[in-house]
Design a protein around this ligand. Structure first.
Ligand code: C2E
Ligand code: MG
Ligand code: MG
Ligand code: MG
Length: 281
């Protein structure tokens, strides 16, 4: 069809198509080798207790250090990894690396913090997930409750019955479970009640305008109440300003995570923060 539009259009059309298709192919091909070439790294973002201002945990966030393209954000390759199935290997590497790192900090006397990792759908529903998490915890010799697994609403809603079973098995193992980006998905309160989770993470889209948009403020305070009434912890994501922080403190949110305290940073920077005992002012 493009050809009928004349030679120039045809060339334009295929050039644009090719560019996108080629970039995708290239990233896909390169991603296959990224793990063995040690191009994947974890950065860590502190999570802070709003009562005493101290770091209580952190979230592991993957980055791809591409030799030519530079640092590639997970939003650009996690879906691809999911579609190609590479996520299973990559996800297993994330869990192991995050646990090893956390255990190393514990051994160095830098404190006992919670380490959160994100799981993708395919990884979560993989038949041996629970067994492989158990194996990592045993190999690393880290107490299970220092590991937290973050799941999105759409992930658990993909197959609710299966999900509840897996969540219960993970709970029995002793790991903590949280719902990420809470409020942006489609989980129903009836299901929320039956999930053996520990915490809700309020999505950053609600936190952004919390001090200027009454609707966002209402949503955030409602999520905090909902969490507490269900005996869950609640953590706000994407906190960037002092105003957002004090709003959350006034409304008894338990923890915060965001650029205001620290962006996601490499392990050595976390080490410095822990040594210095960085806390909220
Ligand atoms: P997420 O799990 O909701 O992670 C929070 C994202 O918000 C991170 O983006 C983080 O850098 C960003 N962020 C943190 N504080 C602030 C802030 O104050 N302001 C703003 N504007 N943003 C903030 P990142 O690292 O690009 O990760 C994006 C998403 O990629 C994550 O969202 C998560 O869904 C996914 N992801 C990251 N690492 C992994 C992984 O190891 N496995 C899987 N399956 N997904 C991952
Ligand atoms: Mg997360
Ligand atoms: Mg999130
Ligand atoms: Mg997200």
């Amino acid at each position: 069809r493009a050809k009928e539009m004349g030679n120039n259009n045809y060339q334009f059309y295929t050039a644009a198509m090719n560019e996108r298709a080629l970039e995708r192919l290239r990233i896909e091909g390169d991603l296959r080798n990224a793990l063995e070439r040690n191009e994947l790294v974890l950065h860590y973002q502190p999570q802070v207790d709003l009562r005493n201002g101290k770091m209580v945990g952190m979230e592991a966030l993957i980055r791809w250090m591409h030799p030519q393209l530079g640092m590639i954000s997970p939003t650009r390759f996690i879906n691809l990894a999911e579609e190609t199935g590479l996520i299973v290997q990559i996800g297993a590497w994330v869990i192991r690396t995050a646990c090893e790192q956390n255990k190393a900090w514990q051994k160095m006397g830098l404190g006992y913090l919670r380490m959160s990792v994100n799981l993708s759908t395919r990884q979560f529903y993989q038949h041996n997930l629970v067994q492989s998490v158990a194996q990592v915890l045993e190999d690393v010799a880290m107490a299970p409750h220092y590991l937290e697994i973050e799941l999105t609403e759409s992930l658990v809603m993909t197959d609710v019955e299966l999900a509840v079973g897996i969540l219960n098995d993970l709970k029995t193992l002793g790991v903590q479970l949280s719902i990420d980006d809470f409020g942006t998905g489609y989980s129903s309160l009836a299901y929320l009640k039956s999930f053996p989770i520990n915490a809700l993470k309020i999505d950053q889209s609600f936190v952004r305008d919390i001090t200027v948009d009454p609707d966002d403020a209402a949503i955030v305070t409602s999520i905090i109440s909902l969490a507490h009434n269900l005996r869950l912890q609640v953590i706000a994501e994407g906190v960037e300003t002092q105003e957002q922080l004090s709003y959350l403190q006034r409304h008894r949110c338990d923890e915060m995570q965001g650029f205001y305290f620290s962006a996601p940073v490499p392990a050595d920077v976390i080490e410095t923060l822990l040594r210095e005992g960085k806390a909220l002012p």
